[in-house]
Write a protein that binds this ligand. Sequence first.
Ligand code: NDP
Length: 282
Amino acid sequence: FTGLRVICVAFLAVKWTSPGFDAESLRGARVLVTGASTGIGEQIAYHYARYGAQIVITARREKVLQQVSEKCLSLGAQKALYIAGDMASESDPDKVVDFALAKLGGLDYLVLNHIGSSPFSMWDGDVEHTRWLMKVNFFSYVQMAWKALDSLEQSKGSLVIVSSVLGKMPAPFVAPYTSTKFALNGFFGALQHELSMKKSNVSISICTLGLIDTDSAMEKIRGIIDAKPYPATEAALNIIITGATRQLELYYPWSTYIMNLSKDWFPSVTNYVVQSSYNYSP
Ligand code: NDP
């Protein structure tokens, strides 16, 4: 066991020795952040603002976006613009990227983070909801990435995908959500290969997050799961650094990496632990 522990620690140390992050590289950077009216996306916008970036934020609620963009300006953003859009619509994903390209003259970072609301409960056969959620959480990501790719190629830019440990290992109560995150990991994992083979200038970072203390997440799990959440502001900073240093992936907190390994190495034990962590009786 001691030998195994040494190997694991050495492996993790190498894995998390990230290349140096230069905060100055974000001054004036042209950034589009989705799902930025609240939660992790809002915190991502504030961090970019502190670094002096030029930011476009989007979500559905215009009034809230206006408040977030005003705060971004007060924190030091060179520009903070907003555009309301519904990512379930066919045309809004393109409209939002076009707006950012026109207002900022191109993009250095596209941070795809938004999610549609989904019930935290056993699958009840609502196929229409799953189809809708796929549009919001997956197809709009694909559409926006494609629309921004030429500009990111020119700027040697980065595409940052906010995903979840539930995109690596399934869990109960979130069948539609977990499917959308698996789809993201599959699609953008394939695109990472293709861009690398084409020697593209664009980097893709896929961010695997564990439980984060956003209002929406906390409200969902209350009384059902008793787990320690991690701070949204720290998750947001890690996401930004991962994009800026062009790393392929982020695991935040680091225990999500262990969870990911354990589901392959010890599937029965992992399933038992996952199911036992729910306060549920049939
Ligand atoms: P929130 O629910 O707090 O925020 C979701 C954002 O998406 C809001 O800005 C919301 O704004 C926007 N949004 C919702 N529906 C739409 C829509 N139809 N069109 C456009 N925008 C929409 O989410 P979190 O901050 O908790 O999560 C952010 C990311 O982190 C997600 O990708 C999530 O999967 C990931 N993650 C979060 C975890 C957590 O525990 N919090 C754990 C693992 C991953 P508006 O209502 O104004 O449209």
